[in-house]
Design a protein around this ligand. Structure first.
Ligand code: AMP
Length: 877
């Protein structure tokens, strides 16, 4: 096979065009066609173009010039795509940053790329410390709304930079690959022909923007007037949810990594779908190819490193026995070379080199590495022409197709993610107790890759690490590396095996004894039938012999693919379909089983409950009232803005396992910890209902003391009940008596207002008091409650005790007081509900319909939600 025939890919293309020109042409041809769909939202090409143009104009107003760099850290919403277009239209190049990555890593990328601006959302405002001006997308949309929707004239051409994409770096820090507009234009135009796409197609985008293949997801459909359906990040990780969208929304093209395809096949995908399968980013195994060919209209295997623009070699696979990566895309040359750079055209194995229009400018600020990987093209007579050394092994078949045969170096792909093992080893090597670390990717069970760290400890310890050691190492790694780079297993060795010439012998590293991996120090056996069921399923699916009820799914090496299988099996056994996210939030057997124990879709027993977790606005955290769990806030949350996330905080002990807390400061500290774990930076909005208001008040105080930015503290009909435990007994009795008199005197007024409600309320109160006195007098006669009722009673008592002992002291904050219009009982201060002396910045009263117990019930929930949303939106400004 002659390399010249293989490389006969020269095609004319508009090299001067910028990537967004392709989108603009679609927008002109299909102004009213849907460009992007996301949940219930659909945006036409004109809408996307206009918004992108306006934001681009705003960026120019903010001083952005051709060649500047802008970072983008947004959740997966249409605004993410619009912002990418806007950045390019403003003349800048973008650095895509996945907000799920560690803060340090994102800050490094902002710093390394000298990004002038970071576009993010209110949710992440102030999160990243870097020399970058933050532009919040919510504000940018508002500020640019009045601008003329015209694309700024920046003079960007194909020769300018479109993005810098960071990938794992073997020496400890990620490296930024620079890609020019013309490379992308060439690639997209080549893809339009092969694999092919038309304006009638409907594509689904699941790749994270920090992976370069997202470029195909976004720009390919938008370059031909097709409809792009955007999956949010939870959906993108859930094979079942992706399959549901493909089936129900008539998706005709989906690009995904083999790992995601496997996830989709784990659920009941048996039928043939009118779907073009694009599988890329990782080797396509034969068994997977066979399954995909049987279930789709076309299967395409796409190969390529980030450094040569998304994909460089592609092939339609029609026979699972014949999986190759095929032929180069337009204007791309492939050579297989030996160490002396001789082109191997006879089928011998060598390194794959890629040249042509897709070749990157190199790694930003990494001249040495760039020179090593981007070498002068020995097969070209154009001066300065570079060719990229992929580090992949390959061979040429006689028919001209390229076969990819793995790596030369220690770069691996795990679940589609590109990882330099050296980067993980570097960070492990920094740990105080570790002398040497070697990390490899193993696939002892086919289809289930695991990252295993082999460690030599300074202490000489061998065997398996303790739970404390694991926690320490995992946490240290998580601070620097994305979650997918944290090893699943840690094995302690007394010697690292080496080859006769002194190199680490990775092949001789022992297979970990997976059955041994019990992460928590104490083994807890199943206690309920659901715990037994969940444990059995985990054991079977994860190939483990024994699982403790408190072992964490992720620490056991659990990943989305296994998660999907587990949830599918649970559904089969119990008939309950739980979202995949349930496993992320309830990641021990104990918690997942508890989740199965309850019927309602919403009840979860962690303190922090995601009532409505999606949305780009500053999240609102609401603390439970005396009803303890937070289901009550569901209707309120659903009536708030689509972009408004709402979380509830429910009492510790509600699962019947944890010990309830009885000191206000401790209750608040527990919630503060949960919130900060969930969102370490803020700003924060917290609210509490009834007794929860007191807790929220103490939380705000603690958060301010921690230097946190509490943008809103809201009380939902909470009275500032100042404790009298510190009041001398006589004075207290007088005060209580006087209050009682006022209360009685006020009863007729309440009665006239609403006789039925007043009678109900008063009789309930009297009943409660009698029961209390009776219980005290005859403790043995009172039938002991069991189960849920027993521990909620216990929590009630303890919360009341916490409130009785809690001393309110003034805090430098403003309180937003949401006051029920209808009064149920007498209060000394009907106006500010007693809060004025304690809120040094004042009390802002909002009247809401209903009485204390009905403010969340329809139809009151709607108005309450509206007033609350307005208040929240104001608080962010
Ligand atoms: P990335 O830069 O993340 O796209 O990773 C590129 C590397 O992934 C390549 O150098 C290959 O090692 C591997 N890779 C990507 N696509 C394929 C494929 N279709 N078949 C085999 N390996 C692939």
């Amino acid at each position: 096979m002659e390399a010249t025939i293989l490389n006969n890919t020269k095609v004319d293309y508009p090299k001067e065009k910028a990537l967004f020109d392709l989108f603009n042409e679609s927008a002109q041809a299909y102004p009213d066609k849907i460009a992007i769909s996301f949940h219930d939202r659909s945006l036409t090409y004109t809408e996307v173009a206009n918004t992108a143009n306006r934001i681009a104009a705003l960026l120019v107003q903010k001083g952005i010039k051709k060649g500047d760099i802008i970072g983008l850290a947004l959740d997966r919403t249409p605004e993410m795509i619009i912002s990418l277009l806007a950045i390019m239209k403003s003349g800048a190049a973008y650095v895509p940053l996945d907000p799920e990555y560690p803060k340090d890593r994102i800050e490094f990328m902002l710093e390394d790329s000298s990004a002038k601006i970071l576009i993010t959302s209110a949710k992440y405002a102030g999160h990243y410390a870097a020399n970058t001006t933050e532009v919040l997308i919510e504000q940018a949309l508002a500020e640019s709304a009045e601008l003329v929707p015209e694309q700024p004239n920046t003079g960007v051409t194909g020769a300018n930079l479109a993005y810098i994409l960071y990938t794992s770096g073997s020496t400890g820090k990620p490296k930024g690959v620079q890609i020019a507009h013309h490379s992308l234009v060439n690639f997209i135009l080549s893809c339009q022909k092969k694999p092919g796409i038309t304006s009638a197609d409907k594509t689904l985008a699941v790749a994270t923007i920090s992976f370069d293949i997202a470029g195909l997801d976004i720009y390919l459909p938008l370059s031909v007037g097709a409809e792009l359906v955007l999956a949010d990040s939870l959906t993108a990780k859930d094979g079942r949810a992706v399959l549901d969208i493909v089936r129900n929304q008539g998706i005709t093209i989906l690009q995904a990594t083999p790992y995601t395809w496997r996830m989709m096949l784990e659920v009941d995908w048996d039928e043939k779908l009118p779907l073009k399968v694009f599988t890329g980013g990782e080797a396509l195994a034969k068994d997977l190819a066979a399954k995909l060919i049987a279930r789709s209209s076309e299967v395409w295997n796409l190969y390529g490193p980030t450094e040569t623009t998304i994909y460089s070699i592609i092939k339609r696979v029609t026979d699972a026995e014949d999986v190759t990566i095929g032929w180069p895309v337009d204007n791309t040359q492939i050579y297989i070379v030996d160490e002396a750079m001789n082109s191997l055209t006879n089928g011998d194995i060598g390194e794959i080199l890629i040249g042509g229009d897709g070749v990157s400018w190199g790694y930003l600020n990494r001249e040495e590495l760039t020179a090593e990987k981007f070498i002068d093209n020995p097969f070209s007579n154009i001066p300065g022409d570079k060719i990229y050394r992929t580090g992949d092994l390959g061979k040429l078949r006689p028919d001209g197709e390229v076969v990819c045969l793995g790596r030369i170096d220690h770069q691996v792909k795990v679940r589609g993610y590109r990882i330099e093992l050296g980067e993980i080893e570097f960070h492990l090597g920094k740990q105080e107790d570790i002398k040497e670390a070697v990390v490899i990717a193993r696939e002892d069970t086919p289809g289930y890759p695991r990252l295993v760290a082999y460690l030599l400890l300074k202490s000489g310890e061998t065997g398996y690490a303790s739970a404390q050691q694991l926690d320490a190492w995992q946490n240290a790694l998580l601070a620097e590396l994305p979650e997918y780079m944290v090893p699943d297993d840690f094995v302690l060795l007394d010697v690292i095996p080496s080859t006769p010439n002194g190199k680490i012998d990775r092949k001789a590293l022992p297979k970990p004894d997976y059955s041994h991996i019990i992460r928590s120090d104490a083994y807890v056996a199943p206690r309920t039938s659901n715990e037994k069921l969940v444990a059995d399923i985990w054991q079977e699916m994860m190939g483990l012999d024994k699982i403790s009820m408190v072992d964490n799914f992720f620490q056991l090496g659990g990943r989305s693919l296994v998660a999907v299988k587990i949830m599918a099996k649970l559904e089969e056994k119990t008939g309950k379909r739980l979202p995949l996210a349930t496993l992320f939030e309830h990641s021990t057997v104990e918690k997942l089983a508890a989740r199965l124990d309850v019927n309602s879709e919403l009840i979860t027993w962690d303190s922090l409950v995601p009532i409505k977790p999606k949305g780009s606005k500053m999240p609102l955290y609401i603390v439970h009232g005396a009803g303890l769990n937070v289901l009550l806030f569901n209707a309120l949350a659903m009536n708030m803005d689509d972009e408004q996330p709402v979380y509830g905080l429910q009492a510790k002990g509600i699962n019947g396992i944890d010990e309830p807390l009885d000191v206000m400061e401790e209750i608040a500290a527990n919630y503060v910890e949960e919130i900060i774990n969930h969102d370490p930076v803020g700003p924060y909005a917290i609210a509490g209902y009834s007794l929860g208001g007191m807790i929220a008040y103490e939380m705000a105080k603690q958060m301010l003391a921690l230097g946190k930015d509490v943008k809103m503290l809201a009380m939902f009909d909470t009275y500032a009940d100042q404790t009298k435990v510190h009041t001398p007994p006589l004075k207290r009795t007088i005060k209580d008596a006087w209050f009682f008199v006022k209360q009685v005197a006020y009863t007729p007024i309440l009665f006239i207002e609403d006789p039925k409600r007043t009678i109900e309320y008063k009789s309930r109160e009297i009943g409660r008091r009698i029961a209390k006195v009776y219980k005290k007098a005859f403790p043995n006669k009172v039938k002991k409650k069991e189960g849920f009722a027993a521990y909620t009673d216990d929590i009630h008592e303890k919360s009341e005790m916490a409130q009785r002992n809690y001393l309110l002291t003034p805090v430098d904050i403003k309180i937003e007081l949401f006051r029920a219009k209808k009064k149920t009982f007498y209060m000394d201060d009907f106006k500010n509900l007693g809060w004025l002396p304690f809120a040094l910045k004042g009390v802002n009263v909002h009247d809401i319909p209903g009485e204390h117990n009905t403010i969340f019930a329809p139809p009151n929930d709607k108005q309450f939600a509206r007033v609350l949303q307005e208040c929240l939106d104001k608080a962010v400004k």
